[in-house]
Structures are given as C-alpha cells and as structure tokens.
Design a protein around this ligand. Structure first.
Ligand SMILES: Cc1ncc(COP(=O)(O)O)c(C=O)c1O
Length: 403
C-alpha cells in the first residue's frame, strides 16, 4: 500500500515538539501517575506504539484509512466574507469535513489500528461532547472490535443525538452519575474499566492527556492536521501564517495544528473556555495519570469546569500545552460563553459553516482580537461541525428571543 496522502506525515525529530523524555515528561509536565496495575499496560502500549509508528506498513495502512475512510486531506478554506468583516485574512482548516464530523477520527483510527495490532478485542473510551465516543464507536465497527463508552450523565442529556449515534454504531454507552457528571468523571470510569480488563481492552483516550505515552501518541496521530495545513497555507499564500488559533479542551486539535507551525514564526494561540481555563487559572497538579495545569481549590481538590460546550468541559489540559505555555511558545487566552454564542452565529452567517461550539471558541478569540492583528494571516483549526450543537443553540437563542 503506497501513494497515500500527498502530505509527508513523517516527523522530524529536531522539532521543538519531538518526543517527551524517557519518563514521558515535557519539561516538568506529563509523566505516568497510574496505579501499579496499569504500569505494565502503559509500558506495553508505549512499546507497541513505538514499534508500529516506525513500521512503514502501519503508517501506510493508517494513511490509507485516513484518506479513503476519513476523507483526508481536509481542505484549507479561505473565508472571504469573514475576512472582510474582521479585517484579517482568515483560513479554516476543515476538520469538520472529516467522517464523523470532527478531528477526533484521526486519533481514533490510529489507536484502533494499533489496538488490533496488539491483539486487543475491545475499545474502552470516555467522551464529553460525544464526538470522541462516536469516532471510537465508528472505528470499532470498521475494525470489528467491541466498544464501551463512558459519558457523564449531564453530557448524555445535552448530547442525546451523539448517544443515539454511538448505540446505532454498536457501542455500549454508560452514563456516569458521579461528581459533576461530565468529562472528568467519565475519564475516571473509563480508567477503572481499563484497570479491570487490561488484557483484552485498549483504552482509546480522546485527547493529548493521561499517562505517558498517551499525550505523545495522540499528538502524533493528530500532527497530520498541522502538516497538511502548513503545506496548504504555503501553497495558498506563499508563506506561513502570522497566527494559528485552535480551541483547547484536553488540547488535541490544538496540538495537532501547532505541530505543523511550532518551528515557524507563527504565533500559536490555544483558546480555553473562561469556566475551564486550566492554563490561565490552574496550578500544576496531578490528574488522570499526568502532571499538568489543573483547576484546583485551595485544598487541592479538582474544581468543576463550566463551559457551554461539553467537549471543553475539562478542568485540566494536556501536559505539552502546559509546557508550551511555560516556555512562552504558545499563549492560552480564554473566552466567555456569550462570546462563543456570537461566534457560532458569526461563522454561520458569514461563511455558511456552522461550527462546533468547541471550535467557536477559536473564532470568538479571533473576533475579539481582530482589531489587534489587522491585515495579518490567520489559520483557524475548525475542529468540528455544529450539527450536534444545533438543538442546544435553539434553546439558548430561543431563551434570548433570537430563534
Ligand atoms: C469538535 C471538538 N473540538 C474540540 C474538542 C476538544 O478536544 P481537544 O481539546 O482534545 O481538541 C472536542 C471534544 O469533544 C470536540 O468534539
């Protein structure tokens, strides 16, 4: 199997974003903070990933599935009307056009292929907005694996459509009623399941978080976004953008696109929700197997994140983002729910693209800050489409008398 995507997805080890150290750390962040029972599973996964990633046959098979099943390369669309409105030259990296509607599919196809190669018959996953759960259920169906998805009870309610999709795809969905009943609690349950079933199950983690090797492995599965975007931007403009913007929950779509530009002069902006601003308002702590910025109260208890978008409702952030922030290479501003609602409407109205509420965070920052970057070129990672959020927005806008 050759002649896969037209973009070279092989990575360059001299990059600022190469491998974490042997203990899985990016500077002081990352690591592997797991119960003893999971240490061998993490080690086995690291060895399996290392071996697969350096095997051209695995890479070719993955590239082929990404092309023929997921629809890569995703387009880079110049947004003329929005550009005119904001006074900035804007391109969108269209991860919303991938099969299943978001960037999540890149990582999941990689992990499912790896799980199969490692002889696992079952995928366990957590999901917030449901996009990662849908992507995992899809990959499981494609590859003939069993699948169980944990989802906070609050998210089950606000993302009912995605729950139905997962069940249609043959996955078992379990609502989690502990804690804030959102993503953080779903991760806890998925990890518990993995501990109990580790011989036959692979934990298909949905973002660049968790114990080593997940943050690194998931980043490698998403770097295709940045590699494509850099080539596409150079072809369209003759150079690199001034600014690259993406939303940050755990941080996978942001790290995917940042990877393509980290060694250029582009400003890297990861936008968090104001109610879940782990980098801006958090302090280093340990959660879900990693050390990273984490929203905690004065007693070190994890604080609940609050965001209009289920996919960003996470009190922590992937460790590589904490590191990129600490060395000043990337910045992590936040936007309010109201700004996000406006951005959701703005992109829909000006470009005919209804964004996921998560992606609308990136557009909200751009819209607020446009006056400071007039005339510059910006690439926005449009991480997903808004179909899943339309019912929720009908309620929000209905309450305001705008729908
Ligand atoms: C469309 C979309 N964008 C972004 C995210 C946030 O995840 P991450 O920060 O890992 O990209 C999610 C998570 O569910 C999502 O569905």
């Amino acid at each position: 199997m050759t002649d896969t995507t037209p973009f070279d997805t092989r990575f360059d080890d001299d990059s600022l974003m190469s491998e974490p150290d042997p203990t899985g750390r990016f500077g002081e962040f990352g690591g592997r903070f797991v119960p003893e029972t999971l240490v061998p599973a993490c080690q086995q996964l690291e060895a399996g990933f290392r071996e697969a990633w350096s095997d051209p046959e695995f890479r070719d098979e993955l590239d082929t599935i990404l092309r023929d099943y997921a629809g890569r390369p995703s387009m880079l669309t110049e947004c003329f009307r929005l550009s005119e409105e904001l006074g900035v030259r804007i391109f969108m990296k269209r991860e919303d056009l991938n099969h299943t509607g978001s960037h999540k599919i890149n990582n999941v196809l990689g992990q499912a292929l790896l799980a199969k190669r490692m002889g696992k018959q079952r995928l366990v996953a957590e999901t917030g907005a449901g996009q990662h759960g849908v992507a995992t259920a899809t990959a499981a169906a494609l590859m003939g694996l069993d699948c169980k998805v944990y989802m906070g009870a609050v998210d089950v309610e606000r993302q009912a459509l995605n729950v139905f999709r997962m069940r249609l795809l043959g996955a078992e969905v379990e609502a989690v009623h502990s804690g804030s009943k959102t993503l953080k609690d779903a991760v806890n349950e998925a990890m518990r399941d993995w501990v109990a079933t580790v011989d036959g199950s692979h934990y298909c983690l949905g973002s660049v978080m968790g114990p080593h090797p997940y943050p690194w492995m998931v980043r490698q599965f998403h770097r295709v976004i940045g590699d494509e975007a850099r080539e596409q931007c150079r072809a369209a403009t003759g150079g690199d953008p001034d600014v690259v913007v993406a939303c940050v929950g755990g941080g996978s779509n942001a790290i995917g696109i940042f990877t393509g530009f980290v060694d250029t002069d582009a400003r890297l902006v990861g936008v968090e929700p104001a109610g879940g601003a782990a980098v801006r308002h958090g302090v280093p702590g340990v959660v879900h197997g990693m050390r990273s910025y984490l929203m905690q109260d004065e007693y070190g208890q994890v604080e609940e994140a609050l965001s209009i978008s289920a996919g960003l409702d996470y009190p922590g952030v992937g460790p590589e983002h904490s590191w990129l922030s600490s060395i000043g290479r990337a910045e992590y501003p936040n936007v309010t729910d109201d700004e996000v609602v406006e951005a959701f409407q703005l992109l829909s109205r000006t470009e005919g693209i209804i964004p996921a509420l998560e992606s609308a965070h990136a557009i909200a920052w751009l819209s607020r800050e446009a006056h400071t970057i007039q005339g510059q070129t910006v690439v926005v990672n449009l991480s997903g489409r808004g179909d899943k959020d339309v019912a929720q927005m009908m309620d929000v806008l209905g309450d305001r008398g705008e729908a």
